[in-house]
Write a protein that binds this ligand. Structure first.
Ligand code: EPZ
Length: 429
């Protein structure tokens, strides 16, 4: 297992510029959407992260031909060779569930392993399944697999019991090739859903209400190829914004979409950081000497993103006072708290709340990453924990952050990747 080691004799003040990559959570549904057409789709600004590799491996098994180089992806699914998404890939990446809707719509059949839970929660997919059943799919669960069949999906009215990002994405994609009109209510409003709908419209889908809670889709017989640019990763951007606030830094973020960052900007401003919009796609974040505590509750977009909760918790460990962080989306998303406590933080988890008492000095230690965003929070903590911090099981981080150690090194951080975890440090002490 690989690790990242950060050497912090004295806390860093991040200074300089960082370019944000394309969004993992936008490119994964976009790749799944390619199943809906036999023509070529071109995606640009693709982040070179592990989850993209996994998704492309899955698409390859389903019959896709693709070429990915220098962030440009060309993908063509002339025909569906197999309708089965195997457990080994679904277990590696829950987002594999995104092939369910497109496969049923295009092929009339899908056999997708149940994703099961993960480090942040139980992660059910009941809303994906019930939605497809309402579109006429016959679905059974056999030996841990979702087996879905439908000669031809038929439009229907579906209201989600709760906002689900990939649930909305799955149903929008399925409805594009259904017969008649589908009305989806209580849809997720995340920018990644919006961007997927834009791609589908470019492919010839007929979608109204993009970006709204009610989306109407008029089914068409087939979709065509398209060109589409993946939107910036608002969570990577938020992670670097917190890094600047945490280290009293002065950081310019390029290739961001400020309108996707409004709640993150609000919370950082309340904590004392200064955020300036430099242009349509760049921001400057200047950290303040004193970090103010504040309560944060995660919520579906446009609320404060659950994917930023772990990173914000690190910032609150350095605030002068107590902050209460409430996690409303997932039932087990505080695993990072125990690791932060090992670095010296004072955090008490009570159900869906984490009470963070600051300001606590952090000191470097060996820690272990449990999931993607928890890993990011440990990297942030390593920037201010005196001494060296070794973050183990860094494969989680590689799933969603492109070249993070290179980006941090360019900002002055002494960071290195350790293969197999023993200390092959090339860094002179
Ligand atoms: C997406 O996951 C993201 N992943 C997650 O990002 C993100 O944390 C999450 O949305 C919330 O914003 C991708 O887009 C690939 P949900 P998703 O369905 O779609 C419940 C990251 O770190 N629910 O919006 O799986 C569910 O349990 C990852 O990049 C059901 O009950 O999340 C949760 O409580 C982590 N039944 C809530 O809805 C269902 O059928 C929101 O989940 C589906 C979801």
């Amino acid at each position: 297992m690989e690790a990242l080691r950060i050497y912090t004799e004295k806390p860093y003040r991040l200074k300089g510029e960082v370019t944000i990559s394309g969004a993992k959570n936008a490119v994964l549904p976009a790749i799944a959407a390619c199943l809906l057409t036999k023509e070529k789709v071109h995606l640009s600004n693709v982040p070179m992260v592990k989850d993209v590799e996994t998704m492309l491996t899955l698409l390859g098994e389903l019959g896709a031909e693709y070429q990915l180089k220098k962030k440009s992806l060309e993908i063509e699914v002339k025909n569906i060779a197999s309708a089965q998404a195997p457990y080994k890939l679904v277990r590696a990446m829950r987002a594999s569930i995104l092939v369910l809707g497109p496969l049923v719509a295009r092929k009339g059949k899908a056999i997708v392993a149940l994703p099961g839970g993960c480090a942040i929660g139980t992660r059910p997919v009941d809303l994906h399944i019930s939605g497809l059943q309402k579109l006429g799919a016959n679905i059974t669960i056999e030996h841990g697999y979702i087996v879905a069949e439908a000669k031809k999906l038929k439009g229907a009215e579906i209201e989600f019991d709760k906002k689900t990002v990939t649930g909305t994405e799955n149903l929008v994609m399925a409805a594009c090739l259904a017969k008649g009109e589908t009305i989806l209510k209580n849809c997720a409003l995340e920018p990644e859903v919006f961007s997927l709908c834009e791609l589908l419209v470019k492919m010839g889908a007929r979608i109204d209400g993009i970006g709204e809670e009610t989306i109407r889709i008029k089914g068409v017989d087939e979709l065509c190829g398209a060109h589409h640019r993946i939107i910036p990763d608002r969570i990577e951007a938020g992670t670097f914004m917190v890094a600047s606030a945490l280290t009293h830094g002065d950081l310019i973020l390029k290739e961001v979409e400020p309108t996707h960052l409004e709640t993150i900007i609000d919370k950082l401003t309340i904590s004392g950081a200064r955020v300036e919009k430099l242009s349509r796609n760049s921001l400057r974040v200047i950290g303040s000497e004193e970090i103010k505590p504040q309560d944060v509750t995660t919520a579906p977009y446009p609320g404060f993103p659950t994917d930023m909760q772990a990173q914000f918790m690190v910032l609150m460990t350095q605030a002068n006072g107590t902050s209460i962080i409430t996690e409303t989306i997932f039932d087990r998303r505080f695993a990072h708290a125990n690791e932060l406590i090992r670095l010296g933080a004072s955090i008490e988890v009570q159900g869906d709340k984490a009470i963070v008492r600051g300001k606590t000095p952090l000191s470097g230690a060996e820690v272990v990453a449990t999931d993607l965003r928890a890993s990011a929070s440990l990297v942030l903590a390593g920037l201010i924990a005196t001494g060296q911090t070794t973050i183990n099981d860094i494969e989680h981080l590689d799933r969603g952050y492109e070249k993070i150690e290179e980006k941090l090194r360019a900002l002055g951080v002494r960071i290195e990747r350790l293969k197999n975890n023993n200390n092959q440090s090339g860094v002179k002490k």
